[in-house]
Ligand binder design. Sequence first.
Ligand code: BES
Ligand code: MN
Ligand code: ZN
Length: 499
Amino acid sequence: MPDAVNVGFVPMATSARGVLFVFCDDTLKFGPDTVKAVGTAANAVKRAAATSQFKGKSGSTLDILAPEGLKASRLVVIGVGKLDAIKDHDFLKLGGALAGKIGGGKEPVTVIAELPSGAMTPAQAAAIAAGVRMRAYKFDRYKTKKKDGDDTPLDASVAIAVRDVAATKKAFAPQNHVVDGVIMARELVNEPPNVLYPVEFARRASQLRKLGVAVEVLDVPAMKRLKMGALLGVSQGSTQPGRTVIMRWNGGKKGQQPVAFVGKGVCFDTGGISIKPSGSMEDMKGDMGGAACVVGLMHALAARKAKVNVVGAIGLVENMPDGNAQRPGDIVTSMSGQTIEIINTDAEGRLVLADVLWYVAKKHKPKFMVDLATLTGAILVALGTEYAGLFSNNDELSQRLTEAGQATGERVWRMPMGPEYDKMMDSQFADMKNAGARHGGSITAAQFLQRFVDDTPWAHLDIAGTAMGAAKTDINQSWGSGYGVRLLDRLVADYYESK
Ligand code: BES
Ligand code: MN
Ligand code: ZN
């Protein structure tokens, strides 16, 4: 894993060298062990708080160098805000905020995992550790000259001092696997498109076999036999052959109906013959963010041995203009038998998903399917980078996704669907067209997808705004965010795992 930070748990300490982190609330109150650890430096904290207007707001920090009377060379106080307003998800952010303050030094770091009200629960202390790792991740594989300042990777040992080491380790183990999944998804999104093309993506997904995931890779002849004409039409303009990858984790009861996750994996989207303008086209290396999320999620679920049967499926292609590329006006036949008139070769993600959704629905008959796709620029217009668009034929699944979004901070916002929008995708020459008018572009894209799910309960997450290029946060400093891994891990954990 490309984060050099090393997080561990130690028994509650009241004396530490290096950098010492402690927590206070909005009244600047400390817990009992924190009071002991801060000792005579309490006075310096009071004075520094007054001069710097530090009020203990959630995530704010107060930095004291060479604190009098302590072995530590730095004492950093982190605010948690109002005690009764703290939510589970805040601990992840606190861990991130903390990691952001460590700096490039090699000094050991100690964190006193205590609130003014007493020791953090094992789950809370574990979330701090997870937040540290999420924040520490940096994509710098292709920088040959490591610089100081912002470019220094976090290379520290962070000891989190807790009341119950064994219980905290136990709480952290599954969370740690989820963080690995998030980082894996970020890596895939950040990788350049000359390195990560469909065959290489499939190879990386195949590494999940080490965790006991069954991985099946469909090559072009296999997809031709399945008559995946919509996906293959997109792929045909590239010299890089496409792939579909099916990953299965069977941690549930034998024969139990699986849940399914489907990802758009356009390793690079030039737009094809309907070519995109060159400004920011490089961002289209991230057009496989949905597939990256599915791989990261499968990693998380398998590594933490989730008690559920899961199918993960990704359609991997490159959308290129070429002598053999598909044209606007072409009519392709999807695996479902439905025909599609190509209006715009840049509306390629839905063509890829059409065949993979149909394949998963028919072959695996899942309890539900959730697809993730960087599908439309229009979802950025509607929701910006804070919420993913949620489109669904099922209220229960939508409700559960919304709740998992609130709990993890990976939020979704449900958008409308309906027959009026569906009609906008009818074609004069084929069963449907692949692009509607400009208005309601994210909705008509979802209507198109719905034509390939039959009556399977289904939700589509348009993650064009959330998977990449969002503002940097306490828990993510990288371009690729890994959005969706924690959301869907939570969905599975809260509703679909057998006890
Ligand atoms: N991959 C793009 C959507 C996208 C845009 C993702 C910006 C991330 C940032 C998708 O394939 C696309 O090109 N969609 C078109 C659809 C249109 C041609 C109907 C779009 O959004 O303009
Ligand atoms: Mn496109
Ligand atoms: Zn695309």
